[in-house]
Design a protein around this ligand. Sequence first.
Ligand SMILES: O=C(O)CCC(=O)C(=O)O
Length: 270
Amino acid sequence: MDLQKLNIDKKNITFYSEEGYLVLKKVFNKKIIFQIQSIVLENLKFHLKKKKIKKNEMHKHLINFRKLDKKKFGIFFDSLQTISLGYNFLSDKKILKLISKLINVKQNCMTLTDLSLRLDPPHDERNSLGWHQDSSYFRQSSKGKNGAVLWIPLQKTTFNMGPLEILTKSHRLGSLNIRKKKITDKFSSAKRDIDEKYLKNYKHITKRELNIGDGLITNLDLIHRSGKNQSKMFRMSLIGRYHNMLMKDFNSGLNKYIYTNKRLNKEVHG
Ligand SMILES: O=C(O)CCC(=O)C(=O)O
């Protein structure tokens, strides 16, 4: 079921509660998405020390940058994680109203944390995520149903770009709180993949092509994974996590900036 123009009714709320997700169509301000794309481009020019990069050559430069200098690419990537426009976008009044209805909390009594801007390169799965629940990574709510994740594509995302894959109804498993597996490659993401034994009852994979202006909201317990990007472009997306702070299971915390530079991080945080 798709939700257009954010007109939420009982049917949508029931669908979200039964299936664990809701697809949003044509609801986000495209202008802001284009502005976020230009921030990525400006930041890329800055890190590559280039005066000009044509818009249609951005992906070519991103691909080469990641291939040629993983460390510098990591710094470039990290500096996109706290862009101010991302907060604006994810705390749009209408979005907050919608999510508050889905997770059944008074409007504005939610937290918004762990924003991320993902850049998923083509034919490179080092940072792809296998089947997981966001509730294993983000423990603000002990019960995943008291939180929601909003996933917004920053460009048209076709099937060959590997849109997010979700296991319909899998949120019914509750929060599995999978522990982090050790990683050996420092340029790969740490994983909390779910064991096959939990997946056997959830065979129905949903994936959708999304346009600019569309989005996807999921229950924090819904099992999902990264699709395979087999295109020639980076798949860019913005993600925010929302939690009901008026529930007993809410785990409070501070919003701490983790510096990419380990020495500086130690100096500041000890
Ligand atoms: O966009 C993706 O490929 C995966 C994102 C995701 O699953 C997450 O951040 O939890």
